[in-house]
Design a protein. Structure first.
Lengths: 160, 352
């Protein structure tokens, strides 16, 4: 009986103390809580790094990445050499109405063309407008934070 | 015979009656809004480390409940096809009626109550008896609602409510008996005056609030009132995880609003009864005469909010009892303690 009464009083104490402390709520539209720098807000595209290899589109579990591209001939590097063929990106869309923010596309990209940005305020009144084309995805690059510096003693890869 | 003519009537009791009716009709929803806003929306939120509504109305969401009320008025009035239509429609009115009737006797000042039930110049009324009697009318409305809804959840909820309200009616009444013995009157005005003019061994600095001697009665009254209001931890009749919303499950719109007003209006009424019987009601020992007429309601509301704070504090802290634990608490603990309290009060009253 004594134990129960003590428990009940402790419970009252907990609620009372919580009441006197400030609430943890952040009043979102009026005040903004900055997400952590590595938060998975939106995926940004660095277009010049993309080689239209389609790895991201094929690894996407939701099939929400749409890529189209074509090959172009470029003049040879050396005199008398063979003309180079490069892939040009025509379309790169991510449908954020389908995306589940798993980040596999960012992981799988071999040329560092996709990045996570902590930006999250891109809701739209119409669901079709959640399809971001490559220009819009390129705009998100400005919000991508700098990668954190390497740890002390880490091996730095030489740049080619 | 001239006093029976219409204009004469309107110069006399009919005007007073109309004014009193309008005031009670206006005050009950207001008190429900007051308690709902202060405690349900704001205090509960802060106890859960939230803020509650902040935007409606501009200042800390004061408009939220009014907006909810307007929303309820706009809603479609749905009645189940199998429902007993007249009983179904009448039930919320019965529940809210019992709330209104309790407010009739609660004094808000030396001359300010709808009806004190006293004869002029003496405290021989039966205000306490009346208040506790009409407050238990709501169980009829609850049973009507549950039965007429033709819904098994509603019926189960109503039966639980009936069992609970009847079980806790006893400790509620018995807890008050100690106060009545000590004050020597059943009139609420008389009890207030006893506490205002009383002295503690010749010292009248704070009057004689009966909570000092009747603290057991106060605790019992609060627990029983909590159960009468079907508030957590005694909210089995409306336990949403078991019975959806109990007897209210088929009600929408305006009729649901009635239950809401009934719930919080009754909470205010019970808090006002507790404040009147244990804390001195509208009185402060050094406030007399016309000052008491003006300040009385404010003092009463302050004390009511204090008592209501205790009620809602427990409501937002404790989880729900099991049905058998509920009955065991009433019959095995509260009623015996109340009886011992009455016995001791009687013995000490005779001894001193």
């Amino acid at each position: 009986m004594k134990k129960e009464l003590k428990g009940m009083l402790t419970g009252l104490g907990v609620t009372f103390r919580t009441m006197t402390k400030p609430a943890v709520t952040v009043q979102y539209p009026h005040e903004r809580e900055d997400p952590t720098p590595r938060a998975r807000g939106v995926i940004a595209l660095k277009e010049e790094n993309c080689t239209v290899c389609m790895l991201c589109a094929r690894s996407c579990p939701d099939w929400c990445i749409y890529i189209e591209g074509h090959k172009e001939q470029r003049p040879p590097r050396r005199e008398g050499g063979r003309p180079r063929s490069v892939s040009v990106l025509d379309r790169f869309d991510i449908d954020y109405a389908l995306c589940m923010y798993c980040g596999i596309c960012v992981e799988v990209c071999p040329f560092d063309a996709l990045f996570w940005s902590p930006e999250f305020e891109y809701s739209e009144p119409r669901i079709a407008e959640l399809l971001h084309d490559k220009d819009k995805l390129g705009e998100w690059m400005a919000t991508v934070p700098e990668p954190e510096p390497l740890e002390q003693g880490a091996q730095v890869k030489g740049k080619k | 015979m001239s006093h029976l003519l219409a204009f004469d009537i309107w110069g006399g009791w009919a005007t007073t009656l109309t004014i009193k009716t309008v005031i009670v009709l206006a005050i009950v929803p207001l008190t429900a809004l007051l308690l709902g806003y202060i405690f349900l929306l704001k205090m509960m939120s802060h106890m859960q480390s939230r803020l509650g509504p902040m935007d409606p109305g501009g200042f800390h969401g004061w408009y939220q409940l009014l907006g909810d009320g307007i929303k309820f008025l706009q809603k479609e009035d749905i009645m189940p096809a199998e429902a007993d239509r007249r009983v179904f429609a009448l039930a919320p009115a019965v529940v809210v009626l019992s709330t209104f009737l309790v407010f009739v006797v609660i004094p808000a000042g030396p001359r300010m109550n709808v009806a004190s039930l006293d004869t002029h110049g003496s405290y021989d009324g039966v205000g306490v008896f009346y208040a506790l009697a009409v407050s238990s009318l709501s169980v009829i409305g609850v049973l009507m609602a549950g039965w007429a809804s033709s819904n098994k959840y509603a019926l189960m909820g109503a039966l639980r409510a009936a069992a609970q309200l009847i079980a806790y009616e006893l400790p509620l009444v018995l807890a008050v008996v100690g106060v009545v013995i000590q004050a020597g009157t059943m009139s609420l005005q008389g009890i207030v005056h006893f506490q205002q003019d009383g002295e503690i061994f010749g010292w009248g600095g704070i009057g004689f609030p009966l909570i000092l001697t009747q603290f057991v009665g106060f605790a019992l009254f609060m627990v029983a009132a909590q159960a009468e209001l079907t508030q957590p931890p005694f909210d089995m009749p409306v336990a949403e995880s078991e019975l959806v919303a109990g007897y209210m499950v088929e009600y929408t719109g305006f009729r649901f609003l009635f239950f809401f007003i009934g719930e919080f209006g009754t909470a205010f009424a019970f808090a006002a009864l507790a404040a009147t019987m244990f804390l001195g009601g509208w009185s402060l020992p050094w406030v007399h005469g016309s000052a008491a007429d003006v300040l009385g309601p404010f003092i009463l509301v302050t004390k009511v909010l204090l008592v209501a704070f205790l009620m809602f504090w427990a409501r937002f802290t404790y989880p729900r009892f099991r049905e058998d634990q509920l009955q065991a608490l009433a019959w095995k603990w509260l009623i015996p303690i109340a009886l011992v309290n009455i016995l001791l009060t009687g013995v000490l009253k005779v001894a001193f």
